[in-house]
Design a protein around this ligand. Sequence first.
Ligand SMILES: C[S@@+](CC[C@H](N)C(=O)[O-])C[C@H]1O[C@@H](n2cnc3c(N)ncnc32)[C@H](O)[C@@H]1O
Length: 256
Amino acid sequence: MTAQSVHRDAYLDLIKRSITNYHYLGGDGSFEDFRCVTHYDLEQARWKIDPLAKPITLLNKIQLDLIEQAVVAVEQRKVPGDFMEAGIWRGGAIILMRALIFAYGLNGRKVFAADSFAGIPKNVRAVNDPVDNWSDRWVAPIEEVRQNIARFGLLDHKVVFVPGFFSDSLKSLSRERFAVIRLDSDSYDSVETSLEYLYPLVSQGGIVIIDDWHLPGCRMAVLDYRSRQGIRDDIFELGGNAYWVKQQSYGTPRRS
Ligand SMILES: C[S@@+](CC[C@H](N)C(=O)[O-])C[C@H]1O[C@@H](n2cnc3c(N)ncnc32)[C@H](O)[C@@H]1O
């Protein structure tokens, strides 16, 4: 362990504690066990805390560590491409990805941030997805997200915004290549659409992280897509997320 790696790890640890708002909300509990959503009232669709004390990611430490592990793995294996989160809400995971580029000196990589900035749309293709009954659509306007990233000193040309609903916005990315994609858009339609556009753009050896593995619509969208495309790469589960390494160049590009 070098002095440089100690400083890097301390910086990244501080970023993770800050984007989750653990400093303010954590109380006596450990960061390892902290989840900001325990301060959220799902039935009332509101935070049970001072509305100004905003967590800017819903992810917990294990899920944030998984992003770091994926980034380090693709860098070590020289997998080409950028990093993408589709479904960013207030931008916390984007902040971490940008910080990882800085901390590990990954100067050739960028972070793509795709979101409607208007929340989760209702399903059109899927029926009976419980997400359609949520009153909170997890809206965060783009200006608020930009400010969140800027507060960490990390808003620059390496953060590329892709605003709009995935069915409109993601087709503009057909020339991009990704080494890590993180899909966090909750509903069947949104997860399926993001896979259809983004999976073919993932390099061989790239890593796909699925946030909402516990949600039936999300899980079904992933399994349906994998089945249609003949993807048999092993799925691993960690901290409520699922991920796999793209071993072969499956993925028929979506054309419309
Ligand atoms: C649960 S939030 C994401 C949480 C975030 N990754 C974090 O770090 O806390 C889901 C996000 O997905 C976005 N979203 C869902 N479906 C979408 C779609 N079809 N097109 C664009 N954005 C979508 C919503 O606007 C929302 O910001």
